[in-house]
Design a protein around this ligand. Structure first.
Ligand code: GLU
Length: 436
């Protein structure tokens, strides 16, 4: 029998990283075992499941490369089948009707729990049992005639031939009831694997308050889908050694449920940013230039991917830019004289005693440099420092802040060469005038 698993999101307008990780694990499990990965949109809540909310799910999956093997099933189209299942349970005496709350507005259909303990073997958490006396009978069709989540979820998993249900461990309580429903409906229950919660540094469920929590936030913040995919995989699973950066192919070949941890996984933004930066370094040069030019144009600079200036700065920037959203800020001074100055850097490097004397000395050394290459500028700076009995840093920092407005950045001499004599001397003069 081929393995079939699915992602079954309820569209809300956002896709939380916890849900996306469940989707990724399902996808990986299917790919690893040559099974099928399916999508069921649980869109029975008409108010929340707008077409836009559904699009948000599809777009997030597409962005992360989670391909599906069959057309998505929309749960809202299956209402008749859900109600039919409820009728069957009624006919077999496994459910009963009741006017809940005695409103006279209609009767709910209630599933009679079997009266015995329910046990299932979770692929991650081991054997789990719930006592009969701790499970109340379960509403499966509301008095307004709408089937509830539990019924729809189970009936559709049976219909889709799902063999493995991999979902968050917030569903464990539901699963006991679902196991009883499968039995009552005469179907074999699938295997279940409940994934550990993603938590913040305090061990609480990771939410919007902790930072980027929805897939769209990561896309908008300029992170790379491959980095997010890799990082989410590691939240709860490890390859069995200490590797952290793995290709999709490597993950597919190594992934299985036996190395999924059962305890909560902490989302660490610092670690994720490190991984994203690693992926940024790997980006293809042409693609890198195109994206950088696109973002610069978006910020109002008239640059295209082939501009010689852009081509020259890409090698300097690649090591520094950790995510696309910060790219323009990192390199804006290559494209305008009207770049911003970081207040702290100005205070520390230009308003400091001796900064202007050092800057004036270096201005004349740079003006005298025979050619304006990184090498000769570095020689000029180091010779000046030696002559004056100063540390090179005394010159490097004020020059950097004068010509870039920033405290840090790529190799100073390389960027000076790219900027060229006129721009560099002009900016140093401006700083001397302004802060001198
Ligand atoms: N729609 C449910 C959810 O998003 C389904 C869970 C499941 O069975 O995978 O939590």
């Amino acid at each position: 029998m081929t393995l079939r698993c699915r992602f079954a999101p309820s569209p809300t307008g956002h896709v939380h990283i916890g849900n996306m990780r469940a989707a990724i694990y399902n996808w990986l499990f299917a790919r690893h075992h040559n099974g099928s990965f399916l999508l069921r949109i649980e869109d029975t809540d008409r108010e929340r499941s707008t077409p836009e909310a559904v699009q948000t799910v599809l777009r997030a999956m597409d962005w992360l490369g989670l391909t599906v093997d069959e057309e998505p099933l929309y749960q809202s189209t299956r209402r008749d089948a859900h109600l039919e299942a409820a009728e069957r349970l009624l006919a077999e005496g496994k459910a009963y009707k009741e006017d809940k709350g005695g409103t006279g507005r209609g009767e709910a259909v209630i599933f009679r729990m079997p009266g015995t303990d329910v046990t299932f073997r979770d692929e991650i958490k081991g054997e789990l049992t719930k006592k009969a006396e701790d499970m109340k009978d379960l509403v499966i069709v509301r008095s307004d005639g709408n089937p509830v989540f539990h019924l729809a979820n189970v009936v559709d998993d049976i219909h889709m031939g799902i063999t493995h249900v991999i979902r968050g461990d917030d569903h464990i309580e539901n699963t006991y009831r679902h196991v009883a429903l499968y039995q009552a409906l005469g179907a074999e229950a699938p295997a279940f694997a409940h994934l550990p919660m993603i938590v913040n540094a305090q061990g609480k469920p990771y939410s919007k308050r902790d930072g980027a929590a929805y897939v769209g936030d990561f896309r908008d913040n300029g992170y790379l889908p491959d980095a997010l995919f890799n990082y989410l995989v590691l939240l709860g699973w490890s390859p069995g050694d200490d590797r952290e950066k793995l290709t999709r192919e490597e993950i597919v070949s190594l992934f299985d449920l036996d190395r999924v941890r059962s305890h909560a996984a902490q989302f660490d933004i610092g670690k994720f940013e490190w991984l994203n930066a690693e992926y940024m370094k790997d980006l293809d040069e042409t693609m890198y230039r195109a994206e950088l030019a696109h973002r610069l144009r978006g910020a109002g600079y008239d640059v295209n991917a082939e501009d010689p200036g852009l081509v020259r700065i890409v090698p300097l920037m690649r090591e520094r830019i950790k995510k696309w959203s910060e790219a323009v800020d990192h390199c804006v001074y290559f494209f305008t004289e009207d770049f911003p100055f970081d207040d702290k850097a100005v205070r520390k490097r230009l308003l400091k005693d001796g900064a202007m004397t050092a800057l004036a000395a270096i201005r004349s050394a740079f003006a005298d440099a025979a050619d304006f290459t990184a090498e000769s500028l570095e020689t000029a700076l180091r010779e000046t420092a030696e002559r004056e009995g100063q540390n090179a840093g005394v010159y490097i920092h004020p020059v950097r802040v004068s010509v870039t407005g920033q405290a840090g950045g790529p190799s100073l001499f390389d960027l000076l060469e790219v900027l060229g004599r006129d721009r560099v001397l002009g900016r140093i003069d401006r700083a001397l005038e302004h802060y001198g």
